[in-house]
Design a protein around this ligand. Structure first.
Ligand SMILES: CC(C)(COP(=O)(O)OP(=O)(O)OC[C@H]1O[C@@H](n2cnc3c(N)ncnc32)[C@H](O)[C@@H]1OP(=O)(O)O)[C@@H](O)C(=O)NCCC(=O)NCCS
Length: 148
């Protein structure tokens, strides 16, 4: 079984390595350090025997808004509910901070992720052509808290 816990500084090397394999966009190591220092409450990992199986990076962008920046699970450990637990944790942490809206971008061709987010009550609110470095379009999705 895996556990879900908040990120620690000595996880960062493993996370950077995992991100380079599972995410299409490339991020600098400094960016991970910045999110770790600035939004530790939005940065969670799934771990088993000291191996990081998945992670989520979420941030606050304004008083009532937040954003999922990265969500990735090791290929061998997909379809076990890891991303569901990571996302649920981030949404709960956001609600605890009275954040009402969570946004994210996803590549139009990433049907798997789009279906995943729809299952978690995200809706498509915009379509941005050529959003990514490689020219791919993005869908903007939004989740709304039931809390006032
Ligand atoms: C999208 C992604 C994060 C989903 O991760 P995941 O851990 O496989 O997601 P979950 O297991 O929580 O849910 C995915 C599916 O597994 C199913 N599932 C959940 N728990 C399960 C279990 N115990 N047994 C079998 N299936 C299960 C879910 O119902 C869901 O099924 P679906 O095929 O009907 O959608 C993962 O595929 C990934 O890392 N993709 C590459 C990066 C990416 O696209 N990130 C998102 C955009 S930034």
């Amino acid at each position: 079984m895996f556990t879900i816990r908040q990120v620690q500084s000595d996880d960062l090397f493993q996370i950077i390595d995992l991100a380079s394999h599972v995410l299409t966009e490339k991020y600098t190591p400094q960016l991970f350090l910045y999110f770790y220092e600035s939004f530790p409450w939005g940065f969670w990992v799934a771990e088993k025997n000291k191996q990081i199986l998945g992670f989520i990076v979420g941030i606050r962008t304004s008083q009532r808004k937040g954003r999922v920046l990265m969500l990735g699970v090791h290929e061998k450990h997909r379809k076990k509910g890891i991303a569901t637990l990571l996302l649920t944790q981030f949404l709960q942490e956001s609600e605890n901070r009275r954040i009402k809206y969570i946004h994210l971008e996803v590549t139009l061709s990433n049907k798997n992720a789009i279906e995943f987010y729809k299952k978690h009550h995200f809706t498509i609110i915009d379509h941005v052509p050529s959003f990514y470095q490689n020219g791919d379009d993005a869908l903007i999705m939004q989740w709304t808290s039931f809390q006032s």
